[in-house]
Design a binder for this molecule. Sequence first.
Ligand code: GAP
Length: 440
Amino acid sequence: MPSEPSANPELLDKVINLAKRRGFVFQSAEIYGGFRSTYDYGPLGVNMLRNVKAAWWRDMVQMRQDVVGIDAAILGPPAVWAASGHLETFTDPLVDCRKCKERYREDKIDGVCPNCGSTEFTEARAFNLMFKTQAGPVEGEGATAYLRPETAQGMFTNFNNVLATIRKKPPFGIAQVGKSFRNEITPQNFVFRTREFEQMEMEYFVPPAEADEWYRYWIDQRYNWYLGLGIPEAQLRLHEHAKEDLSHYSRGTTDVEFLYPWGWDELEGIANRGDYDLTQHSNASGTKLEYFDQAANERYTPYVIEPAAGATRAMMAFLLAAYHEDEVEGETRTVLRLDWRLAPYQVAVLPLSKKPELEGVSREVLAALAPQYSCDYDVTQSIGRRYRRQDEVGTPWCVTVDFDSLEDRCVTVRDRDSTEQVRVPIDALLATLRERTGQS
Ligand code: GAP
């Protein structure tokens, strides 16, 4: 029997180090000593994060005729969060160590203070995770607003607007990608749990009798999405929540879990939310959020199946899964084996030398590729060093322009994973890449 893959604590440090050194993720406000649990995405990180979100949008919205997108506001009035249940129940149990005064989430400590070893804690108190702010110049309860702790509610409050503007009937979905905010007590593990993060969520509205079937369908789809983008099967598993662990809205939740360096943990959750949200918002707002089925002449509240993923957390999982060290020509190299759709740069154009003769044709190659692929252009250092630099950030293909290119109008295409090199006519370069990416 194959052995269970194990956690690998060193990997986290290696990936954090690479992420900083090569411009994926920086500590926010670093020149001021950093701001705990907030991160900025650098030139390579922003490319990769956008690629993760684009891959999700393509598969969840663009490729489907039953899902549409929205982009809702981040600020919301208390009424939304009262109806959704977040004001009352979106809390973590908080305890203080009586000796050193450190504050913890009760469920995250093992009876002993990780800071000083004391076993004496205050009684647990409920701490609401939403960020509260004031909208407008007037202070006081009337001006209270909240930063959304999930993108989901925008899909419920816009249910009627979307139905009235597109011709869809259940089963159909509304999708959204955007920032969410939670005042996490114990943010940790790099971008795994942060106070400001991005979500990719879809609310799929179905006739109640079909809810179980669609719940299973979306668990399967979402698990396969990660596999299809290169996360190995050995590092992915499904975990169905026990009834007593379900969130206040859920009739069933299954997590897609990833094997992080600290062990198995959540990557995405798929929930059967029943008619909880539409009913709550109907009752609280006085606006009926229902679907009228003309054929059956009946009005009903659809059930909701929700695949809820984190974009920033997914990016981290893709980086961790892609990180490898192997041996090339007797030397250890670091390589990110990222799927080409996620790689910050898909192609690097590398003139063999800085000599001006090569610049014209190199720029010509770059101009041909840049409209289709995210490209880097690098003329510094030896070609071997430049290949290593591209391997380390996951660039799947390097295109080298040399002096022969001036005569034969061919370039060398080097593959990141196999390091194999082939000579290709410049005119056939796009077709070659299309073939390698499976686009043709
Ligand atoms: N609408 C349901 C919902 O928000 P959730 O399990 O709380 O469900 C969904 O969040 C996903 O959002 C998680 O699986 C995770 O990927 C991401 N996520 C949640 N909290 C996060 C945080 N503090 N930092 C980074 N990602 C987070």
